[in-house]
Ligand binder design. Structure first.
Ligand code: ZN
Length: 221
């Protein structure tokens, strides 16, 4: 049986980085709904055109449509879902479609730390490269490695904005986490340490789930 995992975490928790790492390490298909929508919108099909129109207009892509796209991708692969399910309704849909979920990893990072990370973040207004003063500092202070332009802070990294974003995340994700908690699927992962340490914790948790299925995790790295 294919392994179906979900990775959740607040904005700036490093979810994207960890998802890519896990996908490479275990040969999982990484289904990130944001990327998926953009990809589908490029396809020359009725669905592609419809999604493209919705994205261009900045409109909400209906739940049923997103679910259909995610499920189409799942097939028989080992999957890491990222950004889905976003709502309890979507989680229920997966269950109704008899698509099992085997583990839900929730990255826990204290709000103070997320605010600090946002404060430390610099971006290049010219080429959009992103730097963190602790995690990946530019070679020269405040100068873009890629294009040499001066670096700046993003307005939406201001503490009040980060706080608001976290509130939205909590309101939206907590019901989904509870849904999977009652099914005994949630593994909380401390996301506050260095990237490599968080990766190692996720790696152990994933390997355990493979073992539970009587499978040995693929050695892809
Ligand atoms: Zn640049």
């Amino acid at each position: 049986m294919a392994l179906h995992l979900i990775l959740m975490g607040p904005p700036q928790a490093g979810k994207g980085t960890q998802a890519r790492y896990l996908a490479t390490r275990f040969g999982l298909v990484h289904v990130a709904t944001g990327d998926l929508l953009r990809e589908v919108s490029q396809e020359d099909s009725a669905l592609g055109r419809r999604v493209g129109d919705l994205l261009r207009l900045g409109e909400y892509v209906p739940d049923a449509l997103v679910t259909q796209m995610v499920v189409d991708r799942m097939d028989d692969h080992d999957i890491l879902l990222d950004g889905y399910p976003r709502t309890v309704a979507q989680a229920e849909t997966l269950e109704r479609l008899a698509i099992p979920i085997h583990g839900v990893f929730v990255l826990d990072v204290p709000e103070d730390e997320l605010i600090d990370r946002a404060q430390e973040r610099l971006f290049c207004p010219n080429c959009n490269a992103v730097y963190g003063s602790r995690t990946n500092p530019p070679r020269e202070p405040c100068i873009c490695d890629v294009c040499g332009h001066g670096l700046a802070h993003r307005l939406d990294d201001a503490p009040a904005t980060v706080h608001r974003r976290l509130e939205v995340y909590r309101q939206r994700s907590e019901p989904v986490v509870s849904y999977y908690e009652t099914r005994g699927l949630v593994r909380r992962i401390d996301g506050s340490g260095p990237v490599a340490q968080v990766s190692a914790a996720l790696e152990r948790a994933t390997a355990q789930l493979f073992q539970r299925q009587g499978r040995v995790a693929a050695e892809t790295v």
